[in-house]
Write a protein that binds this ligand. Structure first.
Ligand code: NAD
Length: 387
């Protein structure tokens, strides 16, 4: 079975879907691994390292994809008119495509996969179950994003995180506030604490409160009857009422005015990120304060965020609104992402057929499969179409 690993061509993407470590393991499994030249360079993995791991290095996308039954990607392959190469058109009918395909937000993408006869698996739709944990790209990438956000906040902050006692006087510890305590937020809390900051955090899910406290941060937030049911069966935050958000904002506003660092990570699945930091809150912050908006990819949690940019407000607040936070720590992000995909392929590897076989009744397979045998089959996409 030939397995192709392409160079990522979408703007700003620095990660790669297989590393020399996983390429070696895929080869041991029985794959002939074909890697496009330069695919891992942005993440620090050379062609020589892939070759040493047993991979074939191919000059371009066409040569890499030629005859490939499996294609591993970080982001969705480029389609017609999306860039220099129409990667999709180069894929083979019936090939298994695995990546972060974001078909829900990109109408027409799943239909294109179906038209190409691909078995397309969107790994961001993986169920958050214990069995799926080691394939969970959202968790692995969010964890690193949370870490990186705090490190970049520390770099942008012109004071320091820990209390510094010197003969020349004392510098107080930084007040660090983490908004959203999911995977990214919990790692941000841990990182902020390790650096010596005075850390507080908020979330709407009741379970998050205990997690925040167990990491040694203080909880700041608004709770009522509505927030007792703020979590979906899948563990995600629900969209809450305008009244709840207004009350939450009242509680948070006074706190934010005293913060040096605010890291926002709040997401509501399938929707634009909620605005948690209003313009008035930004205006209330001291000059030199830093806001890091990890939710910038989903529109941002801060009203003043300019997605993709570092913006300094007229009152001197630095807002780091960069997108693709995992891509800002790409060697580690690629290593974990590649292991997530390796686990997926290994879990569904059929030894006799020497190929991955995805059982239709499996909950993981049902969770991620967008298209099969020329049709769009994922319930989230077929339901949208029917509505
Ligand atoms: P996410 O990225 O969807 O959202 C980040 C956080 O933002 C969440 O904690 C959410 O509650 C919070 N949020 C949303 N609206 C908010 C608001 N108005 N104010 C403050 N915070 C707000 O979340 P995630 O990191 O993907 O985690 C989602 C859930 O999945 C969690 O319960 C997590 O424990 C769970 N999880 C389970 C597994 C597993 O069991 N395999 C793996 C990973 C995550």
């Amino acid at each position: 079975m030939r397995l192709a690993v392409l160079k990522e061509r979408r703007a700003g993407e620095t990660r790669v879907a297989a590393t020399p470590e996983t390429a070696k393991k895929l080869a041991t499994l029985g794959c002939h691994v074909a890697v496009e030249a330069g695919a891992g360079l942005a993440s620090g993995f050379t062609d020589a390292a892939y070759a040493e791991a047993g991979a074939e290095i191919c000059t371009d996308a066409a040569a890499t994809l030629f005859g490939a039954g499996v294609v591993l990607k970080v982001r969705a392959p480029l389609g017609a008119g999306e860039g220099e190469v129409d990667e999709l058109a180069l894929m083979h009918r019936g090939a298994l495509l695995v990546g972060t395909l974001e078909a829900g937000a990109n109408p027409g993408r799943a239909e294109a996969y179906a038209a190409m006869g691909l078995e397309a698996c969107a790994m961001e739709l993986l169920p958050r179950t214990t069995r799926a944990q080691s394939m969970d790209i959202l968790s692995s990438q969010a964890n690193l994003a949370g870490y990186r956000a705090v490190i970049e906040a520390a770099g942008a902050f012109d004071r320091g995180f820990p209390m510094l006692m010197t003969a020349a006087g004392t510098i107080p510890a930084a007040n660090v506030f983490i908004m959203g305590a999911g995977v990214a937020g919990l790692q941000a809390i841990a990182t902020g604490r390790r650096l010596g900051g005075r850390v507080s955090a908020t979330d709407v899910r009741p379970a998050a409160k205990e997690e925040i406290k167990s990491l040694g941060a203080s909880f700041v937030g608004y709770e009522d009857e509505e927030s007792k049911n703020a979590q979906t069966a899948g563990g995600y935050a629900k969209q809450l009422s305008a009244d709840f958000y207004a009350k939450q904002a009242d509680v948070v506003a006074a706190h934010i005015a005293k913060q040096d660092i605010v890291v926002t990570t709040a997401l509501v699945q399938g929707r634009k990120a909620p605005t948690l930091v209003t313009q008035a809150m930004v205006d209330s912050m001291k000059p030199g304060s830093v806001i890091v908006d990890i939710a910038a990819d989903a529109g941002g949690n801060c009203a003043a965020t300019r997605p993709g940019e570092l913006f300094i407000t007229p009152n001197g607040v630095k807002i780091l609104g960069y997108t693709n936070w995992p891509g800002r720590i790409c060697a580690a992000a690629s290593a974990l992402y590649a292991r997530n995909l390796l686990t997926f392929i290994t879990t569904f590897w059929d030894k006799e057929a020497q190929a991955p076989k995805l059982p239709e009744g499996d909950d993981i397979v049902q969770g991620v499969t967008l298209t099969r045998a020329g049709a769009v089959i994922h319930p989230s996409l077929t339901a949208t179409k029917a509505a």
